[in-house]
Design a protein around this ligand. Structure first.
Ligand code: FAD
Length: 463
Protein backbone atom coordinates (compact mmCIF):
# COMPACT_ATOMS: atom_id res chain seq x y z
CA UNK A 1 0.00 0.00 0.00
CA UNK A 2 1.19 3.49 -0.88
CA UNK A 3 -0.04 5.06 2.37
CA UNK A 4 -0.16 4.16 6.05
CA UNK A 5 -3.10 6.44 6.70
CA UNK A 6 -5.69 8.26 4.62
CA UNK A 7 -7.41 11.26 6.16
CA UNK A 8 -10.80 12.38 4.85
CA UNK A 9 -11.18 16.18 5.06
CA UNK A 10 -8.66 19.01 5.26
CA UNK A 11 -10.21 21.14 7.98
CA UNK A 12 -8.16 21.80 11.08
CA UNK A 13 -8.84 18.32 12.50
CA UNK A 14 -7.74 16.58 9.29
CA UNK A 15 -4.62 18.73 8.87
CA UNK A 16 -3.51 18.31 12.48
CA UNK A 17 -3.99 14.54 12.17
CA UNK A 18 -2.04 14.50 8.92
CA UNK A 19 0.88 16.52 10.25
CA UNK A 20 1.10 14.54 13.46
CA UNK A 21 1.03 11.29 11.46
CA UNK A 22 3.78 12.50 9.13
CA UNK A 23 5.80 13.73 12.12
CA UNK A 24 5.62 10.19 13.53
CA UNK A 25 6.95 8.76 10.28
CA UNK A 26 3.65 7.59 8.79
CA UNK A 27 2.98 8.03 5.08
CA UNK A 28 -0.17 10.14 5.11
CA UNK A 29 -2.46 11.57 2.44
CA UNK A 30 -5.45 13.87 2.83
CA UNK A 31 -8.54 13.75 0.62
CA UNK A 32 -10.25 17.13 0.33
CA UNK A 33 -13.35 17.31 -1.82
CA UNK A 34 -13.11 21.04 -2.57
CA UNK A 35 -10.80 22.32 -5.27
CA UNK A 36 -10.19 25.97 -4.30
CA UNK A 37 -6.91 27.04 -2.78
CA UNK A 38 -8.80 28.49 0.20
CA UNK A 39 -11.52 25.84 0.21
CA UNK A 40 -14.34 26.67 2.60
CA UNK A 41 -14.99 24.66 5.73
CA UNK A 42 -15.98 25.51 9.29
CA UNK A 43 -12.33 25.73 10.27
CA UNK A 44 -11.77 28.54 7.74
CA UNK A 45 -14.54 30.62 9.37
CA UNK A 46 -13.68 29.84 12.99
CA UNK A 47 -13.06 32.61 15.51
CA UNK A 48 -10.21 30.52 16.72
CA UNK A 49 -10.94 30.21 20.44
CA UNK A 50 -9.88 26.85 21.84
CA UNK A 51 -11.98 26.27 24.94
CA UNK A 52 -13.89 23.59 26.80
CA UNK A 53 -17.44 24.65 27.62
CA UNK A 54 -16.33 28.29 27.66
CA UNK A 55 -13.48 27.55 30.04
CA UNK A 56 -9.79 28.19 29.30
CA UNK A 57 -7.56 25.19 28.63
CA UNK A 58 -5.18 26.03 31.46
CA UNK A 59 -7.89 24.94 33.93
CA UNK A 60 -6.96 21.71 35.76
CA UNK A 61 -7.87 18.57 33.83
CA UNK A 62 -10.25 17.20 36.49
CA UNK A 63 -12.14 20.50 36.62
CA UNK A 64 -12.54 20.45 32.84
CA UNK A 65 -13.92 16.90 33.03
CA UNK A 66 -16.43 18.04 35.65
CA UNK A 67 -17.41 20.99 33.45
CA UNK A 68 -18.10 18.65 30.55
CA UNK A 69 -20.08 16.29 32.74
CA UNK A 70 -22.24 19.10 34.16
CA UNK A 71 -22.73 20.88 30.83
CA UNK A 72 -23.90 17.69 29.13
CA UNK A 73 -25.87 16.35 32.14
CA UNK A 74 -23.65 13.26 32.16
CA UNK A 75 -24.11 12.60 28.43
CA UNK A 76 -20.45 12.95 27.36
CA UNK A 77 -18.38 9.76 27.17
CA UNK A 78 -15.95 9.79 30.07
CA UNK A 79 -12.98 8.59 27.98
CA UNK A 80 -13.56 11.24 25.34
CA UNK A 81 -14.07 13.99 27.90
CA UNK A 82 -10.83 12.96 29.62
CA UNK A 83 -9.00 12.89 26.29
CA UNK A 84 -9.90 16.46 25.31
CA UNK A 85 -9.42 17.79 28.85
CA UNK A 86 -5.98 16.21 29.05
CA UNK A 87 -4.75 17.11 25.57
CA UNK A 88 -5.96 20.70 25.24
CA UNK A 89 -2.75 22.28 26.50
CA UNK A 90 -0.63 19.77 24.63
CA UNK A 91 -2.40 20.70 21.39
CA UNK A 92 -1.73 24.40 22.06
CA UNK A 93 1.98 23.71 22.46
CA UNK A 94 1.98 21.47 19.41
CA UNK A 95 0.33 24.20 17.30
CA UNK A 96 2.89 26.74 18.52
CA UNK A 97 5.67 24.33 17.54
CA UNK A 98 4.10 24.20 14.08
CA UNK A 99 4.60 27.97 13.86
CA UNK A 100 0.98 28.89 14.59
CA UNK A 101 0.51 31.96 16.75
CA UNK A 102 -1.99 31.96 19.61
CA UNK A 103 -2.97 34.98 21.66
CA UNK A 104 -4.55 35.36 25.08
CA UNK A 105 -7.68 37.54 24.94
CA UNK A 106 -8.60 36.91 28.56
CA UNK A 107 -11.66 35.15 29.96
CA UNK A 108 -12.05 31.75 28.35
CA UNK A 109 -10.11 33.02 25.33
CA UNK A 110 -6.69 32.10 26.68
CA UNK A 111 -5.75 30.39 23.41
CA UNK A 112 -7.02 32.14 20.30
CA UNK A 113 -5.64 31.75 16.78
CA UNK A 114 -3.90 34.93 15.75
CA UNK A 115 -4.74 37.44 14.41
CA UNK A 116 -8.20 37.27 15.95
CA UNK A 117 -11.21 39.04 14.43
CA UNK A 118 -13.21 40.79 17.16
CA UNK A 119 -14.68 43.97 15.64
CA UNK A 120 -17.53 44.88 13.30
CA UNK A 121 -20.23 42.68 11.81
CA UNK A 122 -20.66 40.19 9.01
CA UNK A 123 -18.65 37.34 7.58
CA UNK A 124 -14.93 38.12 7.66
CA UNK A 125 -12.31 35.40 7.60
CA UNK A 126 -9.63 36.09 5.01
CA UNK A 127 -6.19 36.25 6.64
CA UNK A 128 -7.50 35.96 10.18
CA UNK A 129 -6.21 33.35 12.62
CA UNK A 130 -8.03 30.24 11.42
CA UNK A 131 -7.36 30.89 7.73
CA UNK A 132 -3.67 31.46 8.46
CA UNK A 133 -3.47 28.33 10.63
CA UNK A 134 -4.91 26.17 7.82
CA UNK A 135 -2.40 27.60 5.36
CA UNK A 136 0.46 26.94 7.75
CA UNK A 137 -0.65 23.38 8.45
CA UNK A 138 -0.94 22.67 4.74
CA UNK A 139 2.54 24.07 4.07
CA UNK A 140 4.01 22.04 6.95
CA UNK A 141 2.38 18.87 5.66
CA UNK A 142 3.87 19.45 2.23
CA UNK A 143 7.32 19.99 3.77
CA UNK A 144 6.85 16.59 5.42
CA UNK A 145 6.24 15.09 1.96
CA UNK A 146 2.51 14.78 2.62
CA UNK A 147 -0.07 15.40 -0.10
CA UNK A 148 -3.51 16.94 -0.03
CA UNK A 149 -5.56 15.62 -2.95
CA UNK A 150 -8.01 18.41 -3.71
CA UNK A 151 -11.15 17.63 -5.66
CA UNK A 152 -11.22 14.16 -4.04
CA UNK A 153 -14.48 13.24 -2.34
CA UNK A 154 -14.51 10.02 -0.36
CA UNK A 155 -17.85 8.39 -0.97
CA UNK A 156 -17.69 4.77 0.26
CA UNK A 157 -15.55 2.64 2.57
CA UNK A 158 -15.01 -1.11 2.42
CA UNK A 159 -13.18 -3.24 4.96
CA UNK A 160 -10.48 -5.29 3.22
CA UNK A 161 -8.22 -7.92 4.75
CA UNK A 162 -5.37 -5.53 5.52
CA UNK A 163 -7.16 -2.23 5.95
CA UNK A 164 -9.85 -0.07 4.40
CA UNK A 165 -10.52 0.73 0.78
CA UNK A 166 -11.98 4.12 -0.13
CA UNK A 167 -13.94 4.91 -3.23
CA UNK A 168 -12.94 8.43 -4.21
CA UNK A 169 -14.79 10.68 -6.63
CA UNK A 170 -12.34 12.85 -8.57
CA UNK A 171 -12.90 15.23 -11.49
CA UNK A 172 -11.69 12.56 -13.94
CA UNK A 173 -13.64 9.66 -12.50
CA UNK A 174 -13.95 7.34 -9.53
CA UNK A 175 -10.80 5.76 -8.07
CA UNK A 176 -10.04 3.39 -5.25
CA UNK A 177 -7.27 3.79 -2.73
CA UNK A 178 -6.59 1.85 0.42
CA UNK A 179 -4.55 2.00 3.58
CA UNK A 180 -4.34 0.12 6.88
CA UNK A 181 -5.90 3.15 8.62
CA UNK A 182 -8.46 5.80 7.70
CA UNK A 183 -9.31 8.89 9.73
CA UNK A 184 -12.66 10.54 9.04
CA UNK A 185 -12.49 14.31 9.59
CA UNK A 186 -15.26 15.57 7.32
CA UNK A 187 -16.81 18.03 9.78
CA UNK A 188 -20.30 16.59 10.54
CA UNK A 189 -23.64 16.83 8.72
CA UNK A 190 -24.88 20.39 9.25
CA UNK A 191 -25.03 21.05 5.50
CA UNK A 192 -27.20 18.04 4.70
CA UNK A 193 -30.90 19.01 4.99
CA UNK A 194 -32.12 15.41 4.66
CA UNK A 195 -29.92 14.20 7.50
CA UNK A 196 -30.94 17.20 9.64
CA UNK A 197 -34.57 16.28 9.08
CA UNK A 198 -34.08 12.57 9.71
CA UNK A 199 -32.05 13.07 12.87
CA UNK A 200 -34.68 15.37 14.35
CA UNK A 201 -32.64 18.59 14.27
CA UNK A 202 -35.48 20.34 12.45
CA UNK A 203 -38.60 19.53 10.45
CA UNK A 204 -37.66 22.47 8.20
CA UNK A 205 -33.84 22.70 7.91
CA UNK A 206 -34.10 25.10 4.97
CA UNK A 207 -35.48 27.60 7.49
CA UNK A 208 -32.29 27.50 9.58
CA UNK A 209 -29.42 29.84 8.90
CA UNK A 210 -26.41 27.88 7.66
CA UNK A 211 -23.86 29.51 9.93
CA UNK A 212 -21.17 27.23 8.59
CA UNK A 213 -18.87 26.56 5.65
CA UNK A 214 -21.56 24.55 3.84
CA UNK A 215 -19.24 21.62 3.18
CA UNK A 216 -20.05 19.10 5.91
CA UNK A 217 -22.74 16.92 4.32
CA UNK A 218 -22.45 13.82 6.51
CA UNK A 219 -20.38 11.63 4.17
CA UNK A 220 -18.19 10.53 7.07
CA UNK A 221 -21.10 9.51 9.30
CA UNK A 222 -22.84 7.71 6.43
CA UNK A 223 -19.67 5.82 5.51
CA UNK A 224 -18.87 4.92 9.11
CA UNK A 225 -22.41 3.64 9.70
CA UNK A 226 -21.94 1.54 6.57
CA UNK A 227 -19.00 -0.18 8.27
CA UNK A 228 -21.05 -0.93 11.39
CA UNK A 229 -20.22 2.15 13.46
CA UNK A 230 -22.70 3.21 16.12
CA UNK A 231 -24.20 6.71 15.89
CA UNK A 232 -23.96 8.71 19.10
CA UNK A 233 -27.09 9.56 21.04
CA UNK A 234 -28.45 13.08 20.81
CA UNK A 235 -28.35 13.26 17.03
CA UNK A 236 -30.92 16.08 17.15
CA UNK A 237 -28.64 18.52 19.00
CA UNK A 238 -26.48 21.12 17.34
CA UNK A 239 -24.19 23.97 18.20
CA UNK A 240 -25.49 27.28 16.92
CA UNK A 241 -26.61 30.79 17.77
CA UNK A 242 -29.44 33.26 17.32
CA UNK A 243 -29.21 35.96 14.69
CA UNK A 244 -31.31 38.80 13.40
CA UNK A 245 -33.60 37.19 10.81
CA UNK A 246 -32.13 39.34 8.05
CA UNK A 247 -29.12 37.00 8.28
CA UNK A 248 -31.15 34.59 6.11
CA UNK A 249 -30.60 37.06 3.28
CA UNK A 250 -27.27 38.70 4.01
CA UNK A 251 -23.82 37.77 5.35
CA UNK A 252 -23.75 41.24 6.97
CA UNK A 253 -25.69 39.72 9.86
CA UNK A 254 -23.65 36.60 10.62
CA UNK A 255 -21.58 35.10 12.19
CA UNK A 256 -21.46 38.22 14.36
CA UNK A 257 -23.26 39.81 16.04
CA UNK A 258 -25.21 37.06 17.77
CA UNK A 259 -28.37 37.98 19.63
CA UNK A 260 -28.22 35.21 22.24
CA UNK A 261 -27.86 37.48 25.27
CA UNK A 262 -30.92 39.57 24.36
CA UNK A 263 -32.98 36.41 23.99
CA UNK A 264 -31.90 34.92 27.28
CA UNK A 265 -32.45 38.18 29.18
CA UNK A 266 -35.94 38.80 27.73
CA UNK A 267 -38.48 36.44 26.20
CA UNK A 268 -38.72 34.66 22.87
CA UNK A 269 -42.17 34.19 21.33
CA UNK A 270 -43.48 32.32 18.31
CA UNK A 271 -45.77 33.70 15.61
CA UNK A 272 -48.79 33.25 17.93
CA UNK A 273 -47.15 35.26 20.68
CA UNK A 274 -46.42 32.22 22.86
CA UNK A 275 -43.24 31.50 24.74
CA UNK A 276 -42.07 27.98 23.89
CA UNK A 277 -38.83 27.32 25.76
CA UNK A 278 -36.72 28.18 28.81
CA UNK A 279 -34.80 31.24 27.66
CA UNK A 280 -32.47 31.07 30.70
CA UNK A 281 -30.66 28.11 29.12
CA UNK A 282 -29.05 30.44 26.60
CA UNK A 283 -28.66 30.94 22.87
CA UNK A 284 -27.43 27.47 21.91
CA UNK A 285 -30.39 25.87 23.63
CA UNK A 286 -32.90 28.41 22.26
CA UNK A 287 -31.52 27.80 18.73
CA UNK A 288 -32.19 24.08 19.15
CA UNK A 289 -35.70 24.76 20.46
CA UNK A 290 -36.48 27.08 17.53
CA UNK A 291 -35.14 24.58 15.00
CA UNK A 292 -37.65 21.99 16.27
CA UNK A 293 -40.66 24.28 15.81
CA UNK A 294 -42.86 23.66 12.76
CA UNK A 295 -41.86 27.14 11.55
CA UNK A 296 -38.33 28.06 12.67
CA UNK A 297 -38.65 31.44 10.96
CA UNK A 298 -41.53 32.71 13.09
CA UNK A 299 -39.81 33.71 16.32
CA UNK A 300 -39.16 37.12 17.86
CA UNK A 301 -37.24 38.37 20.89
CA UNK A 302 -39.13 40.84 23.09
CA UNK A 303 -37.02 43.05 25.36
CA UNK A 304 -36.86 46.53 26.80
CA UNK A 305 -34.59 49.53 26.94
CA UNK A 306 -32.78 48.31 30.08
CA UNK A 307 -31.83 45.05 28.34
CA UNK A 308 -30.83 46.79 25.09
CA UNK A 309 -28.66 49.37 26.83
CA UNK A 310 -27.45 47.03 29.58
CA UNK A 311 -25.03 44.07 29.59
CA UNK A 312 -27.20 41.76 27.42
CA UNK A 313 -27.18 44.35 24.63
CA UNK A 314 -23.70 45.71 25.04
CA UNK A 315 -21.43 43.29 26.90
CA UNK A 316 -19.90 41.34 24.05
CA UNK A 317 -16.83 42.03 21.96
CA UNK A 318 -19.21 42.31 18.97
CA UNK A 319 -22.48 43.26 20.67
CA UNK A 320 -25.95 43.37 19.09
CA UNK A 321 -26.22 46.97 20.29
CA UNK A 322 -25.22 48.77 18.11
CA UNK A 323 -24.05 46.24 15.50
CA UNK A 324 -27.51 44.91 14.51
CA UNK A 325 -28.58 48.50 13.78
CA UNK A 326 -25.33 49.41 12.04
CA UNK A 327 -25.70 46.35 9.80
CA UNK A 328 -29.23 47.52 8.92
CA UNK A 329 -31.03 44.68 10.71
CA UNK A 330 -34.76 44.79 11.44
CA UNK A 331 -35.47 46.05 14.95
CA UNK A 332 -38.96 47.21 15.93
CA UNK A 333 -39.21 49.81 18.64
CA UNK A 334 -42.23 51.41 20.31
CA UNK A 335 -43.10 53.37 23.42
CA UNK A 336 -45.85 50.97 24.46
CA UNK A 337 -46.28 47.21 24.22
CA UNK A 338 -49.54 47.76 22.33
CA UNK A 339 -47.75 49.79 19.65
CA UNK A 340 -45.00 47.18 19.49
CA UNK A 341 -47.57 44.42 19.03
CA UNK A 342 -49.04 46.27 16.05
CA UNK A 343 -45.59 46.47 14.44
CA UNK A 344 -45.13 42.69 14.60
CA UNK A 345 -48.68 41.77 13.65
CA UNK A 346 -49.81 40.52 17.07
CA UNK A 347 -53.00 41.44 18.92
CA UNK A 348 -52.02 44.05 21.57
CA UNK A 349 -53.72 42.09 24.36
CA UNK A 350 -51.74 38.96 23.41
CA UNK A 351 -48.36 40.67 23.81
CA UNK A 352 -49.46 42.48 27.00
CA UNK A 353 -50.60 39.18 28.45
CA UNK A 354 -47.41 37.24 27.75
CA UNK A 355 -45.15 40.08 28.92
CA UNK A 356 -47.40 40.76 31.93
CA UNK A 357 -47.30 37.13 33.11
CA UNK A 358 -43.56 37.06 32.65
CA UNK A 359 -42.97 40.33 34.54
CA UNK A 360 -45.14 39.12 37.39
CA UNK A 361 -43.15 35.88 37.62
CA UNK A 362 -39.85 37.83 37.64
CA UNK A 363 -41.14 40.10 40.38
CA UNK A 364 -42.61 37.31 42.54
CA UNK A 365 -39.82 34.80 41.94
CA UNK A 366 -42.24 32.31 40.35
CA UNK A 367 -40.51 31.81 37.01
CA UNK A 368 -40.71 28.05 37.43
CA UNK A 369 -44.50 28.28 37.38
CA UNK A 370 -44.59 29.87 33.95
CA UNK A 371 -45.72 27.70 31.07
CA UNK A 372 -43.15 26.75 29.85
CA UNK A 373 -41.12 27.13 33.03
CA UNK A 374 -38.23 29.52 33.00
CA UNK A 375 -35.07 29.42 35.09
CA UNK A 376 -33.10 32.36 36.42
CA UNK A 377 -29.70 30.79 35.70
CA UNK A 378 -27.30 30.64 34.01
CA UNK A 379 -29.01 33.63 32.42
CA UNK A 380 -30.88 36.03 34.66
CA UNK A 381 -34.46 36.94 33.74
CA UNK A 382 -34.75 40.70 33.26
CA UNK A 383 -38.13 42.43 33.65
CA UNK A 384 -39.51 43.97 30.45
CA UNK A 385 -40.75 47.26 31.88
CA UNK A 386 -38.68 50.16 30.71
CA UNK A 387 -39.82 51.90 27.53
CA UNK A 388 -39.03 51.92 24.70
CA UNK A 389 -39.82 48.28 24.04
CA UNK A 390 -38.19 46.24 21.28
CA UNK A 391 -39.04 43.28 19.07
CA UNK A 392 -36.35 41.63 16.99
CA UNK A 393 -37.31 38.93 14.46
CA UNK A 394 -34.69 36.20 14.67
CA UNK A 395 -33.56 32.95 13.11
CA UNK A 396 -31.80 29.91 14.51
CA UNK A 397 -28.36 29.34 13.04
CA UNK A 398 -26.66 25.98 12.81
CA UNK A 399 -22.87 25.90 13.01
CA UNK A 400 -22.28 22.23 13.59
CA UNK A 401 -24.07 19.07 14.52
CA UNK A 402 -23.28 17.61 17.95
CA UNK A 403 -24.22 14.02 17.18
CA UNK A 404 -22.03 11.87 15.00
CA UNK A 405 -19.49 9.07 14.96
CA UNK A 406 -18.63 7.61 18.36
CA UNK A 407 -14.93 7.22 19.13
CA UNK A 408 -13.10 6.19 22.27
CA UNK A 409 -10.34 8.17 23.96
CA UNK A 410 -7.86 6.82 21.39
CA UNK A 411 -9.97 8.10 18.47
CA UNK A 412 -11.00 4.59 17.41
CA UNK A 413 -14.47 4.39 15.85
CA UNK A 414 -16.74 2.14 17.90
CA UNK A 415 -19.46 -0.25 16.85
CA UNK A 416 -22.74 -1.02 18.61
CA UNK A 417 -20.90 -3.22 21.12
CA UNK A 418 -18.46 -0.42 21.94
CA UNK A 419 -15.70 -2.35 20.12
CA UNK A 420 -13.29 -0.58 17.76
CA UNK A 421 -13.71 -1.11 14.03
CA UNK A 422 -10.29 -2.18 12.75
CA UNK A 423 -8.43 0.63 11.05
CA UNK A 424 -11.19 3.25 11.38
CA UNK A 425 -10.70 6.52 13.30
CA UNK A 426 -12.48 9.87 13.45
CA UNK A 427 -11.56 13.36 14.65
CA UNK A 428 -12.97 16.87 14.77
CA UNK A 429 -16.53 17.97 14.43
CA UNK A 430 -17.73 14.67 12.93
CA UNK A 431 -17.26 13.04 16.34
CA UNK A 432 -20.38 12.58 18.48
CA UNK A 433 -20.71 11.50 22.08
CA UNK A 434 -18.99 14.53 23.60
CA UNK A 435 -21.40 17.48 23.21
CA UNK A 436 -25.11 17.10 23.83
CA UNK A 437 -27.42 15.73 26.50
CA UNK A 438 -30.93 16.93 27.33
CA UNK A 439 -29.95 20.62 27.28
CA UNK A 440 -27.69 20.45 24.20
CA UNK A 441 -24.58 21.05 26.30
CA UNK A 442 -21.80 22.54 24.21
CA UNK A 443 -18.26 21.36 24.93
CA UNK A 444 -16.48 22.94 21.98
CA UNK A 445 -15.62 22.73 18.30
CA UNK A 446 -11.92 23.34 17.84
CA UNK A 447 -11.06 21.34 20.94
CA UNK A 448 -12.08 18.18 19.08
CA UNK A 449 -8.91 18.67 17.05
CA UNK A 450 -7.10 17.06 19.99
CA UNK A 451 -8.75 13.79 18.89
CA UNK A 452 -6.77 14.11 15.66
CA UNK A 453 -3.49 14.12 17.59
CA UNK A 454 -4.66 10.99 19.35
CA UNK A 455 -5.72 9.30 16.10
CA UNK A 456 -2.26 9.77 14.60
CA UNK A 457 -0.57 8.57 17.77
CA UNK A 458 -2.76 5.47 18.10
CA UNK A 459 -2.09 4.58 14.46
CA UNK A 460 1.63 5.11 14.93
CA UNK A 461 1.70 2.82 17.98
CA UNK A 462 0.03 0.00 16.14
CA UNK A 463 2.16 0.37 12.94
C1 FAD B 1 -18.26 31.31 12.21
C2 FAD B 1 -17.71 30.19 13.04
C3 FAD B 1 -16.96 30.48 14.16
C4 FAD B 1 -16.46 29.44 14.96
N1 FAD B 1 -15.69 29.75 16.02
C5 FAD B 1 -15.23 28.77 16.81
C6 FAD B 1 -14.41 29.07 17.93
O1 FAD B 1 -14.01 30.21 18.16
N2 FAD B 1 -14.08 28.06 18.77
C7 FAD B 1 -14.47 26.76 18.53
O2 FAD B 1 -14.15 25.88 19.33
N3 FAD B 1 -15.18 26.45 17.43
C8 FAD B 1 -15.56 27.41 16.57
N4 FAD B 1 -16.27 27.09 15.46
C9 FAD B 1 -16.48 25.66 15.14
C10 FAD B 1 -15.18 25.13 14.48
O3 FAD B 1 -14.90 25.94 13.39
C11 FAD B 1 -15.36 23.67 14.04
O4 FAD B 1 -15.79 22.89 15.13
C12 FAD B 1 -14.05 23.09 13.52
O5 FAD B 1 -13.37 23.99 12.69
C13 FAD B 1 -14.35 21.80 12.76
O6 FAD B 1 -13.17 21.36 12.15
P1 FAD B 1 -13.16 20.04 11.31
O7 FAD B 1 -11.80 19.91 10.74
O8 FAD B 1 -13.69 18.92 12.11
O9 FAD B 1 -14.24 20.26 10.14
P2 FAD B 1 -14.24 21.27 8.91
O10 FAD B 1 -13.47 22.49 9.19
O11 FAD B 1 -15.65 21.42 8.49
O12 FAD B 1 -13.45 20.49 7.77
C14 FAD B 1 -13.98 19.35 7.14
C15 FAD B 1 -13.40 19.25 5.73
O13 FAD B 1 -13.80 17.99 5.17
C16 FAD B 1 -14.08 18.18 3.79
N5 FAD B 1 -14.96 17.07 3.39
C17 FAD B 1 -16.25 16.86 3.75
N6 FAD B 1 -16.70 15.71 3.21
C18 FAD B 1 -15.67 15.17 2.51
C19 FAD B 1 -15.52 13.98 1.74
N7 FAD B 1 -16.51 13.11 1.57
N8 FAD B 1 -14.33 13.74 1.14
C20 FAD B 1 -13.30 14.64 1.27
N9 FAD B 1 -13.40 15.79 1.98
C21 FAD B 1 -14.56 16.04 2.59
C22 FAD B 1 -14.75 19.54 3.75
O14 FAD B 1 -14.69 20.08 2.45
C23 FAD B 1 -13.91 20.31 4.77
O15 FAD B 1 -12.83 20.96 4.16
C24 FAD B 1 -16.73 28.10 14.62
C25 FAD B 1 -17.45 27.81 13.45
C26 FAD B 1 -17.94 28.84 12.66
C27 FAD B 1 -18.68 28.52 11.40
Amino acid sequence: MEYDVIIIGAGIAGLVTANRAAQLGLRAVVLEKSTEEKYLCNSRYAYGTFHINFTGLDTPEDDLCTKIDVATDGFARKDLARAVAKDGRRLMQWLKDEGIELVNLGGYGTNVLSPPWRTGFGLTWQNYGADIALQRLEANFQKRQGRILRGSRARALTLIYDGIEIEVEQPDGVKKISAPSVVIADGGFQANPDMLRQSGVSPAPEKLLARNGGTAVGDGLRMALGLGAAPSGGMNNFYGHLHNRDAMQSTKHWPRPVTDDLASAGIVIDADGQRFTDEALGGIWISNAIARLPDPLGTTIIFDHAIWEGPPGRNHAQPPNPLVVEAGGTLHRADTLAALAAKIGLAPERLSEVVGEYNKAVEQGTLQKLEPARGDAPNKAWPIKTAPFYAMPICAAITNTMGGIVVDGDARVLDFNDKPIAGLYAAGSTVGGLDGGPRAGYVGGLIKTTIGLRAAETISRKS
